[in-house]
Design a protein around this ligand. Structure first.
Ligand code: ADP
Length: 210
């Protein structure tokens, strides 16, 4: 049985005392999800961490959901088969949406190689029954040879040696976004440049001001 099958019955959505607008207004906050996608070592975690620091220092609530960290906890029961990868991303999409709904700027850094899985997360946000929540796809477009040179976790080396099967970019595909809200080029842009571009996007979408 697929992970996404709804097993629960007799469940009802509890509305709570606040609408999302009331909550965001009371907290002077606006939520959104910035969805970083790209090859391993393309810079997702580095840029998301620097952005999180900048937002927090400016007094804005932001929280990073990071690939490996989530696999230590929430998704510890998932592997790297196509079905498990899809379920990994679906759960992250749902969690990011809850963070964003609470008024937080959620930053997700997952390879998320399959377009279909990312599109599902976009749909979760944009078709929410209480109204659309901004879902901003940020493509870290770093050529694979640069990723492989950087290889901070030694994963490309392992994949090339045949010790790691189904590695994105080597023997598993990466499907680049067709219409991302932002394309970063971390091979030629500094981390600061990338953070500035993300802040500009958040301003342009009305998530942050100033
Ligand atoms: P990912 O999260 O996509 O797997 P990481 O952020 O973990 O990637 O690794 C990217 C590596 O590239 C890090 O070692 C980082 O220091 C390095 N790096 C060098 N220049 C940049 C840049 N402009 N943006 C992001 N990372 C960079």
């Amino acid at each position: 049985m697929s992970h996404t099958h709804t097993k629960s019955t007799n469940i009802h959505w509890h509305q709570g005392a606040f609408s999302r607008d009331e909550r965001w207004k009371a907290l002077s906050a606006k939520g959104a999800t910035l969805w970083f996608t790209g090859l391993s070592a393309s810079g997702k975690s580095t840029i998301a961490s620097a952005l999180e620091q900048t937002l927090i220092n400016a007094g804005l609530n932001s929280y990073r959901l990071d690939g490996d960290n989530i696999r230590f906890g929430l998704n510890k029961n998932l592997g790297f088969s196509a079905e498990d990868r899809a379920e990994n991303i679906r759960r992250i999409g749902e969690v990011a949406k809850l963070f964003a709904d609470s008024g937080c700027i959620a930053l997700t850094s997952f390879i998320s190689p399959y377009r279909k899985d990312r599109d599902l997360c976009r749909e979760l946000h944009e078709k929410d029954k209480a109204g659309a929540i901004p879902f901003l796809e940020v493509y870290c477009d770093t050529p694979i040879d640069i990723c492989e040179q950087r290889d901070p976790k030694g994963l490309y080396k392992k994949a090339r040696a045949g010790e790691l099967k189904g590695f994105t970019g080597i023997d598993d595909p990466y499907e680049a976004p067709q219409n991302p809200e932002l394309v970063l080029k971390p091979a030629t842009m500094s981390v600061d440049d990338c953070v500035r571009a993300c802040l500009d996007l958040l301003r342009a979408k009305g998530v942050i001001s100033g």
